[in-house]
Design a protein around this ligand. Structure first.
Ligand code: ADE
Length: 233
């Protein structure tokens, strides 16, 4: 079981996206557990404010350090958080999430996710609390919540028995370092567009070869940067 503890100012954002599909099933089958802590519950001021103006001026609001440290302290006493548990801050300044990072993180049995918001998070969180800062890509979204959900989904797929067939994980884009080959289903002719005949041939050797070639060709055309690390021979 992989348990995620999420520190967020918008716990309600997690309800619907995590309730369907592979992640929803993994929650039901206790393959993963997701618990949200509302950072407002860890404030000590009467207004329950979690953010404040940046020292030095500039626009926007910065998430205060106290509620975040308090919430992690709470987790440490409430549930004997081990020293080795990753405490991840989702932010556009992090190192970029890719399949191999997902595979490494998926080996943990607990992960704490801190969702950044507003225009940033007090740097003392990154410096003195967090073990790793992770970005889901080179673009900015309005907060770490959606990024945390992306991470949860990617890690859940990698848990044993979370995805229907292990085959489908093996063939996923990026698992082998290549993009996935094109897939088709019935009907074999749709609006005069035919499925490649080799896929209907029943010749498994030819099908495997066709798919390997398509994967390599696609990667070459769309993501040549991936070929350096790819497993092709
Ligand atoms: N918060 C805002 N943008 C982000 C990104 N690209 N990755 C992770 N967290 C973020």
């Amino acid at each position: 079981m992989l348990r995620f503890d999420i520190l967020t100012v918008f716990p309600e954002m997690f309800e619907s996206p995590l309730s369907s599909g592979v992640v929803g099933k993994a929650l039901k089958n206790k393959i993963i557990d997701v618990r949200c802590l509302d950072l407002r519950d860890f404030t000590s001021n009467i207004h329950k404010s979690v953010d404040d103006y940046p020292f030095g001026g500039g626009g926007g609001m910065i998430l205060k350090p106290e509620p975040i440290f308090e919430a992690v302290d709470y987790l440490k006493q409430d549930s004997a958080l081990k020293q080795s548990v990753p405490i991840i801050l989702l932010s556009p300044q992090g190192s970029k999430l890719d399949q191999s990072k997902a595979e490494n993180l998926a080996k943990n049995d607990r992960i704490v996710l801190i969702c950044g918001r507003y225009d940033g998070v007090d740097e003392r969180v990154a410096k003195h609390l967090v073990t790793e800062e992770v970005s889901i890509g080179d673009y900015v979204i309005s907060g770490g919540e959606l990024a945390a959900m992306v991470l949860i989904d990617a890690l859940t797929r990698l848990q044993r028995n979370a995805v229907g067939s292990a085959e489908s994980i093996k063939d996923d884009s990026h698992t082998s370092g290549l993009l996935q080959f094109p897939q088709y289903t019935r009907p074999s002719v749709f609006r005069e567009w035919e499925v490649p005949s080799v896929l209907l041939s029943g010749n498994h050797g030819q099908i495997k070869l066709f798919r390997e070639r398509e994967s390599i060709q696609r990667t070459l055309e769309r993501r040549p940067d991936l070929l350096d690390g790819a497993d092709i021979n």
